[in-house]
Design a protein around this ligand. Sequence first.
Ligand SMILES: [Mg+2]
Length: 94
Amino acid sequence: MQITQAQEWVKDAWSRSEKRMSKLAELASFMEECGELGEAIRKIEHGKDKEVDLEKEMGDILLCLLTLAIRYDIDLQNAFDRTIEATKQKYLVK
Ligand SMILES: [Mg+2]
């Protein structure tokens, strides 16, 4: 699934959901998920990798980011493309 497709899927899913959160609550969820990822990585680095599901934690963050992007009318595909182009210019040898 491409970023654009993922964003459309999330937008449609939330439009059919009864769950309503404010933008600040969505930001809080995003930050909470980032904390969970940090904790998961910390556990892995301390040899407790059986206790974590890193893939799930990254998926959680992606869902929250897609949700925030929708709320602020950001095209994440475009945002990512811009970032990739800037990264190429800044870090990659031509
Ligand atoms: Mg999580």
